[in-house]
Design a protein around this ligand. Sequence first.
Ligand code: A4P
Ligand code: MG
Length: 155
Amino acid sequence: MRDPVTAYVALGANLGKPAQAVCDALVQIGELPETKVVRHSSLYRSAPVDSSGPDYVNAVAEIATRLDAVELLRQLQLIETAAGRERPYRNAPRTLDLDLLLYGGARIDSARLQVPHPRMGERAFVLVPLAEIAPGLVPPGQLDAVSGQGLTLLK
Ligand code: A4P
Ligand code: MG
């Protein structure tokens, strides 16, 4: 059996009950086959970036998984769908968004999956929670560069 891989998942929601959706998703990710949640960040409230609608609730989870990256993405998308996710257009407000940020040290660039997530380095709503649980992964200069984006601790 393959060794578990450490991966990071970004959680975001801004429709329905976003904090509840993020908490529920953390539980559901931990229930995926061959997967456990090692730790997760606090929940943060953030204004939409390149998106619209109410403020988002965001968090990041570190997981250990034996699923390969494509199967992990597929499982995350099933959780999104079960949470009522609809995709009327790109960056539309959403009940739940689960993005795979990092999968071990893998670099993947296929039509279906890009890892590291191509936009993670520009976004406080990803970098601040990631730095909370894995400070070594976020260079201080990168955090400084996004410090102007409004982000508040929810709990
Ligand atoms: N895909 C490719 N790589 C990945 C990956 N590493 N993780 C593909 C997840 N999916 C990946 O995603 C579209 C396609 O990207 C998928 O079919 C998958 O095969 P989607 O979730 O259906 O659509 P989306 O969410 O509109 O696109 P994406 O790329 O997730 O959007 P972004 O760029 O992540 O932005 N503002 C705040 N404050 N908080 C947020 O959470 N989120 C977004 C989404 C915009 N603004 C936000 C927030
Ligand atoms: Mg997404």
